[in-house]
Ligand binder design. Structure first.
Ligand code: RP5
Length: 149
């Protein structure tokens, strides 16, 4: 994520990754305040065993796009809600990535779903994660009552 201030939202992603028993790292990597850290992280992520990168950022939210420009790993962007424009700025920054450098863009503050989507991607090559994800989806389905109270 781009800042400590994003963490309260990005914790939701952490939560589902933990539930699905997916190994992860949580890092603050700012595209404009720590560009060298971003470059180093993105360039070595694949070699370091990452399968997916989830990048949360707010405002002129260039972190996921910049990271995607430096790796072939799938990058999922979480637009963080902002005070001035309610996260529309973050959303448009991510979803309007120019042709040639795609990212997957989730909803504003959609970090839980980013974790779930990361799990889906990883489940293609990891049977344990696949079975954990299937179980999680079964439980979710069973929790939906037919009739409202
Ligand atoms: C972005 O600027 C971060 O991703 C964060 O959402 C936003 C504000 O950062 P802080 O000023 O709270 O550090 O780079």
């Amino acid at each position: 994520m781009g800042s400590q201030s994003d963490y309260s939202i990005m914790k939701e992603c952490e939560k589902i990754l933990k539930t699905l028993k997916i190994k992860y790292q949580v890092l603050i990597v700012s595209a404009h305040r720590t560009p060298k850290r971003m470059f180093e992280f993105a360039e070595t992520a694949k070699k370091n065993g990452f399968g997916v990168i989830v990048a949360g950022a707010g405002g002129a939210a260039h972190l996921p796009g910049m990271v995607a420009s430096l790796t072939t790993l799938p990058v999922l962007g979480v637009p963080i809600e902002t005070k001035k424009l309610k996260g529309l700025d973050s959303l448009l920054s991510m979803v309007q990535m120019p042709k040639g450098v795609p990212i997957g863009c989730l909803a504003i503050n959609g970090s839980f779903n980013a974790g779930l989507l990361a799990a889906s991607i990883i489940s293609n090559s990891d049977l344990k994660v696949k079975s954990n994800l299937e179980k999680w989806k079964r439980i979710q389905t069973q929790s939906i009552k037919r009739k409202p109270k």
